[in-house]
Ligand binder design. Sequence first.
Ligand SMILES: C[S@@+](CC[C@H](N)C(=O)[O-])C[C@H]1O[C@@H](n2cnc3c(N)ncnc32)[C@H](O)[C@@H]1O
Length: 195
Amino acid sequence: MNIELNEEFWTERYKNHETGWNIGYASTPLVKYFDTLEDRSIKILIPGAGNAYEAEYLFSKGFKNVTVVDISILPLQNLSERFPEFPKDQLIHQNFFDHYDQYDLIVEQTFFCAIDPELRQAYANKMLDLLKDNGKIIGVWFDFEADPEKSGPPFTGTAEEYETYFNSFKSVKFQRCYNSVPPRSGRELFGIIKK
Ligand SMILES: C[S@@+](CC[C@H](N)C(=O)[O-])C[C@H]1O[C@@H](n2cnc3c(N)ncnc32)[C@H](O)[C@@H]1O
C-alpha cells in the first residue's frame, strides 16, 4: 500500500475535519450491548477510539474502568474537552500495537477497517494478548466489498474473511447488525469474539 497509515495521516484527517467515520454520539449497537452488562467493574479497552463517544457513555453509566487508546492526540483532547470528568490517565496516546495490559472487554468500531489489511492477523493476535482469559471483543465490522477505485481506508471485507483471523479464540460470531446507525444500515456486522 502506498499510503502510510501513521500518526501524521490520522492527525491530518482530524485537523482537516475529514472524519466521515465520526458519528457524533455513542453508536446504537454498542450502546444496546453495553446496556446488557451488569458488572460495572469490568476493565474495558476502546482502541482506535477516535472521539470516543462510547467511552463517555460507558463512564457516565458507571463503568469507571475504561481505557481509550488512539495514535492521534487530537481526538483524545476532544474527549477531554467535551467530558472533563474522564480520567486523563485512561486516555492513552499510543499505537495500539504498542499497548500492553489485560482487559475483560475490548470494543471495536471502525478501527479494524482503519488499519492496513496486511495487519489484520497482527490485530487479532494483539487482541488475544490484550484479553484476559474469557475476555471478549465485541463491536461492529463493515460488511461490504472494497471499492476498487479507493486506495485508503476504510478497508472492508466479509464475515468469512474476518473469521479466519480469529482461529485462536474460543468462539467467533459475526451476524448482520439489525440496529446500525442509519448510514451503516445493512452494511455492518455485529461481532462477538471470545478468548
Ligand atoms: C476511522 S477512525 C475511527 C474512530 C472511532 N473508532 C470511531 O468510530 O469514531 C480510526 C481511528 O483509529 C486511530 N488509529 C489508527 N491506527 C491506529 C493505531 N495503530 N493505534 C491506535 N489508534 C489508531 C485513528 O487515529 C482514528 O482515530
